[in-house]
Structures are given as structure tokens and as C-alpha cells.
Design a protein around this ligand. Structure first.
Ligand code: FES
Length: 201
């Protein structure tokens, strides 16, 4: 009977040990599964964030494109036609630089009438300067020189400067129309090759 009791105690001990081992194995198994689940969720998080990030970038680009479309690309250029004051504003013999900066035009008054020169060097397109003391236009880029009429006489400029149309408005003011250009050919006095460029007032 005592032997039976001792055997039962050993069995109980073995049973307890087996349970402990099973519990340890179970715990380890749960931890492994938890670790696997954790890795899986990390990957999901990564792809989820990536998707939301892409969506955010596309939304931002669309928004910027929409805002940009509200401000159309407009190039503000001065009008080709403008009023330039009354003839009496211009002393005879002078070159007026009043409209050179804004409209790139000199207005010249001679005893024979008015003409307007387009202030663009015929060499490579720089804007010459009027040198009143030397009675000539001088290009700062490569040194071309032009007489008051726009005729080229020094430097690499191949021909005289062009002129633009001058008329008189109903109110008596001069009107410069840059859409009508008198193109000058080389070797001929501009007053002679385009006499219609001179406004007689
Ligand atoms: S651009 Fe005027 S001289 Fe060359």
C-alpha cells in the first residue's frame, strides 16, 4: 500500500514536470506567434503609410495645379500704339528720349517733320544711347555709331536703324504705332528710302 502511495507520488511529480514543460512550450509558442504577428503588422503599416503618402503627394500636386491655373501665365508687354504728346512739346532739332525706356522709341523733330526711330541696334539688337554732345547714337555692345537720322556710319552695324509709324490723333497728339515698321536697307539715307516715315506737321 505504501509502495502504491510512493509510485503515485512519483507519478504526480512526473505529471507536474510534464505540465511545467507543456506550459513553457506553450508560452514559447505564443511568443513566437506574437513575434510573427508583430512583423506582419509592421509590413502592413509600412505599405499603408506608403499608400497614404502617395495619395497625399498626388493630392498636393493636384491642388497646386488648380491654384496655378487660377493665375494664367500672362506676359505684360507695353501696347504697340501709344500717344506721345503734342508736337509743340518737341523742340526742332532735338532727339526725345522720353519714350525710350518704356517703348524703345526715340522721337526726333527736324525742320522737315517728325520721325520715330526704333532703338534697336541692327548688329545684334542692343539698345544704343543718344549722345547729344556728339550728335549721334552709340551702341554700347560693339561700338556701332548712327547719325541722328538712324543711318549707320561706324562699327559692325550692317544697316540703318528702323523707324516706326507716326501719325496725329484727333486731339492733336502724336501717335506712335510700333506695329508698322519701316525697315531700312544698307547704304541709303533713311529719309530717302522711307520718306513716308516722316510726319509733316
Ligand atoms: S549690338 Fe550694337 S554694335 Fe553690336
Amino acid at each position: 500500500m505504501a509502495k502504491e502511495k510512493a509510485a503515485t507520488a512519483e507519478e504526480l511529480e512526473a505529471l507536474a514536470e510534464r505540465r511545467r514543460q507543456e506550459q513553457v512550450a506553450e508560452r514559447q509558442k505564443r511568443e513566437r506567434e506574437k513575434a510573427q504577428r508583430g512583423g506582419l503588422w509592421s509590413r502592413r503599416d509600412f505599405f499603408g503609410r506608403l499608400s497614404w503618402g502617395g495619395f497625399g503627394v498626388i493630392s498636393l500636386i493636384s491642388l497646386l495645379a488648380f491654384v496655378r491655373s487660377a493665375f494664367p501665365r500672362v506676359l505684360f508687354v507695353p501696347p504697340s500704339t501709344f500717344k506721345a504728346g503734342f508736337p509743340a512739346d518737341y523742340p526742332v532739332g532735338e532727339v526725345s528720349e522720353k519714350y525710350k525706356t518704356e517703348f524703345r522709341v526715340w522721337i526726333v523733330r527736324e525742320p522737315s517733320g517728325f520721325y520715330a526711330i526704333f532703338a534697336k541696334c541692327t548688329h545684334l539688337g542692343c539698345t544704343p544711347r543718344w549722345l547729344a554732345s556728339e550728335n549721334k547714337y552709340k551702341c554700347p555692345c560693339h561700338g556701332s555709331g548712327y547719325y541722328k537720322t538712324g543711318y549707320n556710319f561706324e562699327g559692325p552695324a550692317p544697316r540703318p536703324m528702323d523707324r516706326v509709324k507716326l501719325t496725329v490723333a484727333e486731339d492733336g497728339q502724336l501717335v506712335v504705332d510700333k506695329s508698322v515698321m519701316f525697315r531700312m536697307q544698307p547704304g541709303v539715307d533713311p529719309n530717302k528710302q522711307h520718306p513716308e516715315s516722316i510726319l509733316k506737321v
